[in-house]
Design a protein around this ligand. Structure first.
Ligand code: DQA
Length: 145
């Protein structure tokens, strides 16, 4: 039996990601958020996951603060707040837990306003363009670091 303690991973999804499956499936795929998160959990039995989704910026700040000193890693898809939120940038800087920025789509292939991320500089890294695999790659990094 593996005596190692399970890594605690928080996965945070921001605005409109609750509509995955319905929302622009040509860009974001046909899987629902629930399906994507369940697949992640099944793939990494060695991790203990907490999943959180909100459309409200302050709630994303709150959950980063809440888990940011106890979790082993945070996977963050901040959705559109990626491009606007100084508050989320500051929350990531304020905590000790490493945060990986993820995106389903390749934001650099899309509209110019998506080419700026206010959170990348606060994160350990950024993974995007691989659909739900972006989350898997982020978790792989966080549990192996
Ligand atoms: C997104 C990209 C953002 O630009 C967009 O606002 C989203 C989703 C992605 O996962 O590709 O809501 O973060």
């Amino acid at each position: 039996m593996n005596a190692e303690k399970k890594k605690k991973i928080l996965v945070v999804n921001g605005p409109n990601l609750n509509l995955l499956g319905l929302r622009e499936p040509g860009i974001y795929g046909s899987a629902t958020l629930d399906e994507g998160m369940k697949a992640l959990e099944a793939r990494f039995p060695q991790a203990e996951f907490t999943f959180f989704q909100s459309n409200i910026e302050g709630e994303l700040v709150d959950v980063i603060q809440q888990y940011g000193f106890t979790a082993d890693g945070i996977v963050l898809n901040a959705g559109a707040y990626t491009h606007t939120s100084v508050a989320i940038h500051d929350a990531i800087k304020a905590v000790r837990t490493p945060v990986v920025e993820v995106h389903l789509s390749n934001i650099y292939q899309r509209e110019l306003f998506r080419h700026t991320s206010l959170i990348t500089s606060a994160c350990v890294g950024i993974i995007g363009g691989f659909g739900m695999d972006s989350y898997r790659l982020a978790v792989e990094y966080l549990i192996n670091r």
